[in-house]
Design a protein around this ligand. Structure first.
Ligand code: K7H
Ligand code: ZN
Length: 370
């Protein structure tokens, strides 16, 4: 089953409160979704994810298709059982990964021929194949197979690519049979061109998907351009369906996205930078490996109540990174994910209490954003 309830829209912005109901549980929106590309949110156990408040996680069709392969996951009884996660899962369709990970790929109307980035073997994914793989994975929300055009790209290239993605979306919708247990989202493309974003959004909305994502933003463009295109695009998206901005992740991008009516976002940022020793705090990012922390016995962030901050000091975590101990990456990951998940909880409360823009202003000031 799948239901989206729009609970409240702010008076002074497009920020809104919602609730998604799936077979594996409810999701309060706006929500940040941790990324678990290869059936694991790196370094975290499912129990630890629940402990920090994760309501839904992502996984990826392209990666799981390559390793361990759909046969193994099918034998396991699906991805939830395989990874021991009983809450909602959203799987990306492989579109982005094929274009960002594999080389000498060939895009045809039928689908994409590419070489595995693991062993170079010849592979092929079509819209139908992507739906079939996601069906075997058994995720609650599945994504249409799309082309992720490069940035920057000409209006002509984006126009051609966006229209093929529309034809692929139609094929995904026609091929998707497991509608009671899996919900298919369309992906709005169009690059940085408002006219193409409008065409993509209107055509996608006509296909009547249960939810829509916006792809192809936060790809290196200036934040002002991202927010301009996003603001323009969300106006063409139905109010009664979830809006998912793909690949967005830093605190400011999340605030800007919520302000423009986005309900869901995902990004590898918090987990990736954690493994590299960059920690998110209310005073901005800190490089915990830096020697200045070697005898600093305070917690990572005075305002954070996560497991890491309740039990360990900056000095200890810096030591762990300094001697390459795996626990360092784990503790930093727990903290960074908790930081963003807790920030989204505070954002939801601020929308409920009609002070979202004030909360954003206070957060930006402390964090050091302009
Ligand atoms: C900037 N990061 C990012 N942008 C994305 C854009 C897309 C995506 C995943 C992303 N991750 N998955 C798709 N299937 N299409 C669009
Ligand atoms: Zn913390």
């Amino acid at each position: 089953m799948f239901k989206f309830e729009l609970l409240k829209t702010s008076k002074d912005s497009k920020a809104r409160l919602g609730k998604i109901t799936t077979n594996h549980g409810e999701i309060e929106t706006p929500i940040f979704m941790p990324v678990g590309t290869r059936a694991t949110v790196k370094t975290m156990t499912p129990e630890e994810l629940k402990d920090i408040g994760a309501q839904i996680i992502l996984s990826n069709t392209y990666h799981l298709f390559l390793r361990p392969g759909t046969e193994i996951i099918e034998k396991a009884g699906g991805l939830h059982k395989f990874m021991n996660w009983d809450k909602p899962i959203l799987t990306d369709s492989g579109g982005f990964q094929v274009f960002s990970l594999s080389d000498n790929r060939k895009i045809t109307e039928e689908g994409v021929h590419f070489r595995s980035h693991i062993d170079g073997s010849k592979m092929f994914i079509s819209p139908e194949k992507s739906i079939d793989i996601q069906n075997i994975l058994g995720s609650d929300i599945i994504m249409a197979f799309d082309e992720c055009a490069p940035y920057p790209a000409s209006h002509e290239y984006i126009d051609h690519s966006m229209r093929r993605t529309l034809r692929w979306a139609e094929r995904c919708k026609n091929h998707h049979k497991n509608v009671d247990n899996q919900t298919l989202f369309g992906i709005i493309q169009g690059g940085m061109y408002k006219d193409l974003r409008e065409i993509s959004a209107k055509e996608m909305v006509d296909m009547d998907f249960k939810g829509y994502s916006i792809g192809g933003l936060s790809v290196g463009e200036p934040i002002d351009l991202m927010t301009e295109i996003l603001d323009y695009t969300t106006d063409f998206m139905p109010e009664n369906k979830p809006r998912y901005l793909m690949g967005v992740g830093s605190p400011d991008y999340l605030f800007e996205a919520v302000e423009r009516g986005v309900d869901m976002a995902d990004c590898v940022l918090p987990t990736r930078i954690a493994r590299n020793g960059t920690v998110l705090t209310h005073q901005g990012r800190i490089p915990i490996k830096n020697a200045i922390y070697k005898d600093d016995f305070s917690r990572l962030d005075d305002e954070c109540d996560c497991y890491t901050c309740r039990n360990y000091s900056k000095a200890y975590i810096r030591h762990l990174f300094n001697v390459d101990e795996i626990l360092g990456m784990r503790l930093a990951t727990i903290h960074n994910l908790y930081f963003l998940i807790d920030m989204m909880k505070n954002i939801r409360e601020s929308i409920k209490g009609d002070y979202f823009l004030e909360y954003k202003k206070d957060f930006y000031k402390k964090y050091g954003y302009k």
